[in-house]
Design a protein around this ligand. Structure first.
Ligand code: KG4
Ligand code: ZN
Length: 369
């Protein structure tokens, strides 16, 4: 087995990123962490829509069917040849194991056959990196932006993480049950609106009155209970989902349009209130100089507006472009560059992982502090 640990760092590193953690097969080529050469995303949404959620084995089969084509297209779009790539990056986890295995098996064989280093990227940190990438290095390189408070809101995660200028990272709070994206997806399923729920809820919510009904904002002062210190930055979205079920059952079925739109708008509002309240609370507690909002739910228009409206003037707000909020391989190839600078290559025998591991570092080069 060749030892790819001793690779040569060139001035220009073009990294191929591969992402297969859930229901998108994605490949991208990014140079030196910031310059995008190509990005391909093949979505399987239509395949999973019938089930109202992602079926892991179906996702794996779909990845298998198109990964080769997706990668070849990314290389072609970048006007490159496969052997001109300097390293291969792949999402190692967290995610659905059968889906991750497809991307990892492909990445490992490519790394072995091309004799290029392999970098395993944490998908959760990749989402955060999307905002760094979209800021064009401004966020990473200006010490005045630290500490950074990142809210990761996706289908799999809702978490607050603090990043210091020296790269130290601390998970401050996360959801005890469903992620915010799941709360959108499950609501849409319950209302028979399709999958994924977030974009549908945003669209129909715009037609309703967000103050018509009150849905619970768990673990916030508005829930009426005094919060324990350790719960201040925790999230829970199972209560709001159950409240929606009970609310819907009170009315004749199917709900008339006006009632449906008001329900959706009010439900979305409850989730936005919780996400913004907790993030600003955390930012204030830890004296954050900037806020990052990332992950699929960060595409939500009313959520973006609320963050923009409420963000104090002395805190910078970084919202990744919507195309980089949902799953993509740009964030994987981009973050991998910084891992390479730190010598973090992946052993070809390394396993994928389903759950978020303990986090202590956000792998970026040393800031100008
Ligand atoms: O980051 P992502 O693509 O995949 C995961 O890593 O989970 O996030 C997918 C989630 C889904 O739950 C989807 O409903 C949600 O992001 N989402 C949205 C919007 N677009 C996608 N949620 C609210 N509003 C949106 N516009
Ligand atoms: Zn994701």
């Amino acid at each position: 087995m060749p030892c790819l640990k001793f690779y040569c760092l060139k001035e220009t590193m073009k990294i191929l990123g591969i992402e297969t953690s859930c229901d998108e097969t994605a490949a991208a080529i990014v140079e030196n962490g910031y310059t995008l050469h190509s990005s391909i995303i093949a979505s399987q949404i239509a395949k999973h829509a019938a089930y109202g959620g992602v079926i892991p084995e179906l996702a794996a089969r779909e990845h298998l069917g198109c990964i080769d084509q997706v990668i070849k297209q990314a290389v072609k779009d970048a006007k490159m040849k496969l052997n001109e790539i300097d390293a291969i990056a792949v999402t190692q986890g967290p995610g659905l194991i059968p889906a991750l295995l497809v991307g990892n098996a492909y990445a490992k064989s490519l790394s072995f056959s091309l004799q290029k280093p392999l970098i395993g990227v944490n998908h959760f940190l990749g989402h955060i990196y999307a905002s760094f990438l979209d800021s064009g290095a401004e966020l990473a390189q200006d010490a005045k932006n630290y500490p950074v408070m990142a809210l990761v809101v996706s289908g799999g995660h809702t978490a607050l993480i603090l990043i210091e200028a020296n790269g130290e990272a601390k998970l401050l709070g996360q959801t005890l049950d469903d992620a915010a994206g799941e709360a959108f997806d499950k609501a849409a399923k319950l209302l028979g609106l399709g999958y994924p729920g977030g974009p549908i809820i945003q669209k129909l919510g715009a037609l309703g009155d967000k103050s018509k009904y009150h849905f619970p904002r768990s673990f916030t002062p508005s829930a009426g209970k005094k919060l324990r210190d350790e719960d201040q930055l925790m999230f829970s979205f199972s209560g709001v989902k159950t409240a929606l079920l009970y609310h819907v059952q009170k009315f004749p079925q199917p709900l008339c349009d006006a009632l449906l739109y008001d329900t959706i708008a009010s439900y979305q509002e409850a989730i936005i209130d919780v996400l913004t309240y907790k993030t600003f609370l955390a930012a204030q507690k830890f004296n954050a100089r900037s806020i990052v909002v990332c992950g699929g739910v960060a595409c939500n228009g009313p959520l973006r507006e609320r963050f923009t409206q409420l963000c104090p003037k002395d805190i910078k707000l970084y919202l990744a472009r919507p195309v980089n909020c949902t799953d993509n391989a740009v964030m994987i190839a981009g973050l991998a560059y910084h891992q390479m600078l730190r010598g973090e290559v992946m052993d070809i025998k390394a396993d994928v992982y389903a759950k978020l591991p303990m986090l202590s570092q956000f792998p970026l080069e040393v800031r100008h502090v």
